[in-house]
Structures are given as structure tokens and as C-alpha cells.
Design a protein around this ligand. Structure first.
Ligand code: GDP
Length: 139
């Protein structure tokens, strides 16, 4: 059975361009409810831990540096089949290939600065939600 939550981050460039409100509107208009949310800034060590699954990939160091370069907004989103549904709302990894009207199409500026993160599996959604939020911060 598919899960009902996913974890998103509004990444530093999108945050810096003041797209946070517009991105959150797209998320709620798509039928997600927000069950946890915070604004924070990752340290290098925290970004390394979050992206540990990518540590063998050539862009890992760039990604870690980028993700710790400025404030982000992290949120747990809930909806039936949330992981897959949210990936439809955000579009392809590279904004150039993202379907028109998706978050990465509208607010992404490069492959790396592609506006938002979205979990890739139910298992990772729970790991990522626990990374950012204690039980007291989840509603
Ligand atoms: P996602 O699940 O769609 O976010 O994509 P991936 O899990 O493949 O990659 C994680 C993140 O790494 C992406 O969202 C991008 O921010 C970044 N990324 C992916 N591929 C590249 C790349 O080739 N170069 C750089 N600099 N960043 C990349």
C-alpha cells in the first residue's frame, strides 16, 4: 500500500528569490496538507547526512555546498500516494525537462537549483521527515 506523506525542501535559490509563498500555494492547491514545517539553514555536516545516499555521485560535494548555502524551508506533506503525486507536481529533476506549470518548471533555475526536493520513496519520506522534525513538531 502506498504511503500518504512526503518530505519537501524549498532549496536556497528558490527561497532567496522569495518563491516560498508561491511554492506553498502550488502545494496546497494540489491538495496536499502540511503536517510539519520549518525554516532552517543546514550545516555542511547536516547536508552531507541528508544526501548520504548520493555520496558516490559526482555532484555530491556541489549539492552539499549548495544546500547549506542559505535558508531552506522543510515540510512534511500529506495526501494519498504522496510521494508519486508530489513528484508529478514538482516535475523532472532538470527544470528544462519539467512539464509546463510544475514547480521546477516555474521556479527552478538550474539542474542543481531546481527549486524543491521531493522524497523518492515512502521509506525515504519517513527517514527524511524524522531528519527534520521531532514527534512534537508533527501534526
Ligand atoms: P530528484 O530526486 O529529482 O531531486 O533528483 P536526484 O535524486 O537524482 O538528485 C538530487 C538532487 O541533486 C537534485 O534535485 C539536484 O538538486 C541535484 N542534482 C541532480 N543531478 C545533478 C547534476 O548532474 N549536477 C548537479 N550539480 N546537481 C545535480
Amino acid at each position: 500500500m502506498s504511503g500518504h506523506k512526503t518530505l519537501t525542501m524549498i532549496k536556497p535559490v528558490a527561497f532567496g528569490k522569495n518563491y516560498t509563498g508561491k511554492i506553498l500555494a502550488k502545494i496546497t492547491e494540489a491538495g496536499f496538507t502540511i503536517s510539519a514545517m520549518k525554516m532552517t539553514k543546514l550545516t555542511i555536516v547536516q547536508a552531507q547526512a541528508f544526501y548520504n545516499v548520493h555520496k558516490e555521485r559526482p555532484f555530491y560535494n556541489d549539492l552539499v555546498e549548495f544546500m547549506s548555502s542559505g535558508p531552506i524551508v522543510a515540510a512534511v506533506l500529506e495526501k494519498e500516494n504522496a510521494v508519486e503525486e508530489y513528484r508529478k507536481v514538482i516535475g523532472a529533476t532538470n527544470p528544462e525537462n519539467a512539464d509546463k506549470g510544475t514547480i521546477r518548471d516555474l521556479y527552478g533555475t538550474s539542474l542543481q537549483a531546481n527549486a524543491v526536493h521531493g522524497s523518492d520513496s515512502d521509506e525515504n519520506a519517513e527517514i527524511e521527515a524524522s531528519f527534520f522534525f521531532s514527534q512534537l513538531e508533527r501534526f
